[in-house]
Design a protein around this ligand. Structure first.
Ligand SMILES: C[S@@+](CC[C@H](N)C(=O)[O-])C[C@H]1O[C@@H](n2cnc3c(N)ncnc32)[C@H](O)[C@@H]1O
Length: 681
């Protein structure tokens, strides 16, 4: 799968958002894979060997939940001291003010709350969770509910800035979707042929760099490698002659090893080369001379952080046969001036112009001698066959949505869990209501739900009015608050900035074997704070079924159960639980840390019933490449560290506060503030 080349969803052209366009009727659009939830029917449980119980935070006040709403709208709870007003009066105000008819509204029972404190702040007087769950996401107190007039946006949408040559470089309203909003810089060499329209390189991924780098560097662009034609050493460093997919032979370029991200092709090339060397020993290859046009696209050297590990080279190549046969190379920033560079160009000559990038990569580059040794090691690894356990794991994650997931095991020979099937969606098991899309309510913002005009989007009014995402698609509301994303009934299209979780995972991750916690997951790129990571996928069970399975899982001290209890009062059991033991995605492998870097948010997308909201992991701080991704199994509130919220109780609750916590599972997170035990059973 190659999201940077083939968008997963049809994209609306930004030009659609013209000022004078009349309001349009909601248009049907194809949803990304994660949007659709296939009905897989009841599942047959296999042997149950592990368990994890994770609980969402509960609402601050045990107000009766949405009585009489037929489960159509999510109930919004009153905060302590907050005022409620009936849905009927709101609806009357809304209809009076907007004239908008809103299909599928409940007949009654919907209440909203005016919070006693500033919007966006979590409640401070939450009670402690006494369940056996590991994690909770706290209910959100909605902000003031303005009449949700969903009308066309005014003629003030920002226009894309230009780079001085009248080329659009970004569209500030929704840079979270760069395929739509960002124009790749073009090489200025007059001889450089433009690729066919359908072969245009996709823009960079939104979370490839840290914010400092983003600010002062050129965007990194990925191009697809068609074939590797040749290899030669330049100053002892291997370079490969690349035929780019969609480009003519005259555009072939020589690229250093670290710029290539096509392990299958490399392996194939090296195998063929060594076979040839066996038959034609002694015959030297002629050095190919790069052409001017080929060199007008220069490469940004990025040495893999751990080049001696399998992680650098062993990647699943995605779901589609196309992806597996045509891996891609990291073909970074295009340089805007033509440089005449000879075949033995030094590193310096081929570096991009952006000062920030140059500095960043200089810092990570080892001295030349060491670099050459690393390259030789890397090539040797590539030429070697994969270990069977890694092969099996890569086969398991091959169909994962999003960027390819790599797998590393430097600890032992363990392979993937044998009783686990990789799925990126939720599976509705017996007794769990499927999403009823007819009962969904959508907003009527035909030109997108702009963050600048939250009061105009009906979806925002289910969610306290605050727009959950910034212009980069990063979450800005506090952990534990409900996110209501736009859905298939909304008039806005898939480019709407209020659709982040439903677009699926965009970050590069690696599953790796830890010494003491089983498998874990780490970042293969820097991840800015607020970035959506992935959704907790698996089977949705009734609570009764989760109890039954939980007992079995507890016996082996492993837990994969995550309660959906955002709406559940402290003294109640949740209605449903997600079980990722047998079915799940990369989040199945997320370990616990007492000082985590992820938080779980409840997200409502395509299910009208808040008791069946989804669970989305977001980065709570900037995460470095190579850092393990963890969340706090015992965060029964918001995922915010207890001390960072002033000890108000909105963050991590203490182990000692939960009578059911045991020291059965020793925590191996290694954090300075490790509490010593996992809230596992
Ligand atoms: C959701 S699974 C995480 C993935 C798991 N490591 C695996 O290999 O499948 C939860 C289990 O991982 C282990 N685990 C997670 N975090 C841990 C930690 N900080 N210390 C010790 N064990 C941990 C425990 O066995 C726990 O029940």
């Amino acid at each position: 799968m190659n999201p940077s080349i083939t968008p997963r969803v049809p994209l609306f052209h930004s030009g659609d958002q013209v000022d004078s366009a009349p309001p349009q009727a909601p248009q049907p659009f194809r949803l990304p894979p994660t949007f659709g939830i296939p009905n897989t029917g009841p599942l047959v449980s296999g042997s149950l060997l592990r368990s994890l119980t994770v609980t969402l935070p509960r609402p601050p006040v045990s107000e009766p939940a949405n009585a009489g709403s037929s489960g159509v709208w999510p109930s919004i709870r009153a905060a302590p001291g907050g005022q409620t007003s009936s849905f009927h009066s709101l609806l009357a105000t809304w209809r009076r003010d907007s004239g908008v008819t809103y299909p599928g509204l409940p007949s009654g029972g919907f209440t909203h709350t005016t919070p006693p404190s500033a919007p966006g702040k979590p409640p401070t007087d939450v009670q402690k969770d006494t369940s056996t769950s590991l994690h909770s996401v706290k209910d959100r107190i909605p902000a003031t509910l303005n009449p949700p007039t969903c009308v066309a946006l005014p003629n003030s949408l920002p226009h894309p800035p230009t780079d001085g040559n009248n080329r659009s470089v970004s569209w500030p309203i929704a840079p979270a979707f760069p395929a739509l909003t960002q124009t790749a810089p073009q090489p200025v060499a007059p001889t450089f042929p433009a690729p066919a329209a359908d072969k245009l390189p996709a823009p960079p991924e939104p979370v490839e760099r840290n914010e400092k780098e983003e600010a002062d560097s050129e965007p990194e662009i990925e191009y697809e490698v068609e074939t590797i034609l040749d290899r030669e050493l330049r100053n002892g460093q291997p370079y490969y002659l690349i035929k780019w997919k969609g480009y003519a032979e005259t555009d072939n370029t020589w690229e250093p090893l670290e710029c290539l991200n096509c392990p299958d092709l490399l392996r194939e090339f090296l195998a063929q080369r060594s076979a040839k060397a066996g038959t034609k020993s002694g015959k030297r290859k002629t050095k190919a001379k790069p052409t001017l046009s080929a060199l007008s696209m220069t490469a940004l050297p990025t040495l893999p952080s751990q080049p001696s590990r399998e992680s650098s080279v062993r990647e699943a190549t995605g779901a589609s046969p196309a992806a597996s046969t045509a891996p891609k190379a990291v073909k970074p920033a295009l340089v805007k001036t033509v440089k005449v560079v000879t075949a033995d160009a030094s590193d310096k000559a081929i570096r991009p112009k952006a000062a920030g990038v140059r500095k960043a990569h200089r810092a990570t580059r080892p001295p030349p001698q060491r670099r050459h040794a690393l390259h030789r090691g890397l090539e040797a690894i590539m030429a070697a066959p994969l270990k069977p356990n890694i092969q099996a794991f890569l086969a398991l994650v091959r169909n994962a949505q999003g960027p390819p997931i790599s797998v590393v095991n430097d600890v032992d020979d363990e392979g993937p869990p044998t009783d686990f099937t990789y799925v990126d969606h939720l599976i509705y098991t017996a007794g769990v209501p499927q999403p009823d899309r007819d009962a969904l309510c959508g907003c009527q913002c035909p030109r997108g739900c702009a963050r600048e005009f939250p009061g105009r989007c009906a979806c925002r009014h289910q969610d306290g009015d605050e727009f959950p995402y910034d212009h980069n698609g990063r979450v800005v509301i506090e952990p534990g608050y409900l996110i209501v994303e736009c859905n298939s009934k909304c008039a806005c299209g898939p480019e709407c900035p209020n659709r982040v979780v439903q677009r699926g995972m965009q970050v590069k991750l690696e599953i790796f074997k830890t010494p003491h916690k089983g498998w874990g997951v780490r970042a293969k790129q820097t991840i800015p704070k607020g970035t959506f990571i992935s959704e907790y996928a698996g089977e949705i069970l009734t609570f009764a079924e989760s109890l039954r399975r939980g007992e079995e899982y507890d016996n082996i001290g492993r837990t994969y159960l995550f309660n959906i209890d955002h709406e559940t009062a402290d003294d109640e059991d949740p209605e449903y639980t997600v079980d990722a033991y047998h079915y799940g995605n990369v989040t199945h492998f997320f370990n616990h840390s007492c000082e985590p870097n992820l938080a779980v948010y409840p997200v409502l997308i395509d299910h009208p019933h808040v008791a069946l909201h989804r669970l989305a992991f977001f980065a709570t701080r900037a995460i470095a490449k190579g850092e393990e991704l963890t969340f706090d199994y015992h965060t029964d509130r918001t995922g915010v560290d207890a001390e960072s919220d002033g000890g108000t109780g909105d963050g991590v609750s203490s182990v000692s506060n939960d009578s059911k916590l045991t020291l059965q599972l020793k925590c191996m997170c290694g954090a300075k503030k490790c509490r010593g035990a996992l809230h596992a059973v």
